[in-house]
Design a protein around this ligand. Sequence first.
Ligand code: 13P
Length: 249
Amino acid sequence: MRVPMIAGNWKMYRTAREAAQTIRTLRGLVGEVTDVDVVVCPPFTALPAALEAASDSRIGIGAQDCHWGKEGAYTGEVAVPMLADLGCSHVIVGHSERRQFFGETDATVDRKIEAVLAHGLTCIGCLGETLQEREAGQTLQVLERQLRGGFARHLHSPRLVIAYEPVWAIGTGRTATPAQAQEAHAFLRGLVAAVADPDVAAAIRILYGGSVKPENIVALMAQPDMDGALVGGASLDPSSFARIVKFRG
Ligand code: 13P
């Protein structure tokens, strides 16, 4: 049985003080939820405050990116052992905004996933096609290239979570229909079975991301290959995020 995960990606929003306030409110709203893994990923600077606000709760705190090295002369970067030392439990890797604006490639995604897993954290690895790729009928090819290039070596880890985020649905208010999301998720699960094995495919969690809201989470989660969501904008508001976490009603 795959336990659903609802993860919030706060992107470059919220100071440390704001993060602590939001998480304290969120605790009050989702404190009793035990059948969903709840994760919040604030900016690096807010991680200590977020961790303190979430301490002794079931809310996991994660980073939005990392470097693949243990340490080194990489100005501006943050290494996984530093995140582990703070108490972070999760790291998002390969988000489309990192790919689009910061030169993230399948090869760097591969190295980052390896580093996150090697240090015992859970990795939420992102992939997804652009609008241009979808319109050119290349969606499944793109997903296959990204999965084989960035994820293939790590699929056997129970701490790897895949997040399918179609780029055209991120921050646009344009959600993939449940059927479009299901098609991509079923394809990815089939690919995991082929690249790794059917047991790994049955166990791995595949999240959907892209304009997830309280209004569309129920229909998305009704799809058989949907194991949760990576939520951007709606995760900044604790009551919206709590309604998404409580999608079961
Ligand atoms: P939105 O939910 O704001 O569309 O963002 C999705 C996303 O990029 C989560 O990582």
